[in-house]
Design a protein around this ligand. Structure first.
Ligand code: PRP
Ligand code: URA
Length: 208
């Protein structure tokens, strides 16, 4: 069965996405908006984290309670995935952080790997792969392959925007991975950009 696609359509998230799409939004604001969007999305993205049921004593009596019982790993696909990390780590400051360096070859659109550094205990972690743009899906499929090769067993993808073709490609290659996005856009243009999209996320984030 294909991994679930979750569209985080809360009005607060959609409000920030609208400003992220706007071509007049400057890099400083774009960075802040991406952090805020990730902060809001993290609640849904981490819904599947393992918990432990227990009892606590309130000042009045004992109460059943639930704690998060699994470490969280946040892995950014460089460069643009870095923009999502700050929001996630505000919610989970103790998260382990990993980095996967990939860029798309401009002609073939195939991902080219240039850096990988992942948390040692990733096999135990609830792993959130952070990449704001899911276009052809090539980068995310490769990043998930890298995570699994390193031992990750429970992986979800947090993106801002996805094209249907990218979602399909992940569902075919990694049906166990659930996808969380703020919106799904209809098409890719000839250069592999999501349309209407928000442009080049890395360039807008880092003013390059
Ligand atoms: C962007 C984006 C994704 C990738 C998505 O990265 O951040 O990683 O493209 O495209 P795909 O689904 O077709 O693979 P890019 O290659 O532009 O690198 P950058 O973040 O360093 O600019
Ligand atoms: N990468 C981006 O940054 N934007 C797109 O629309 C597609 C890939």
């Amino acid at each position: 069965m294909a991994g679930k696609v979750n569209v985080c359509d809360h009005p607060l998230i959609q409000d920030k996405l609208a400003a992220l799409r706007d071509k007049h939004t400057r890099p400083q604001e774009f960075r802040h908006l991406m952090e805020e969007t990730a902060f809001l999305m993290t609640y849904e993205v981490l819904r599947g984290v393992r918990t432990r049921k227990t009892m606590v004593q309130t000042p009045l009596r004992s109460a059943s309670a639930e704690f998060v019982a699994q470490p969280v790993a946040a892995v950014a696909v460089l460069r643009a995935g870095l923009g999502l990390l700050a929001g996630l780590t505000r919610v989970v400051p103790e998260a382990r952080i990993g980095h996967i360096g990939l860029y798309r070859n401009e002609e073939t659109l195939n991902p080219v790997r240039y850096y990988v550094r992942l948390p040692k205990d990733i096999g135990e972690c609830f792993t959130v792969l952070c990449d704001p743009m899911l276009a052809t899906g090539g980068s995310a499929v490769e990043a998930i392959h890298i995570l699994k090769t390193d031992g990750a067993r429970q992986i979800v993808l947090m993106s801002l925007l996805a094209a249907r073709s990218g979602i399909k490609r992940i569902q075919e290659a990694h049906p166990d991975v659930s996808i969380f996005v703020a919106a799904i856009d209809p098409i890719l243009n000839k250069s592999g950009y999501i349309v209407p999209g928000l442009g080049d996320a890395g360039d807008r984030l880092f003013a390059t």
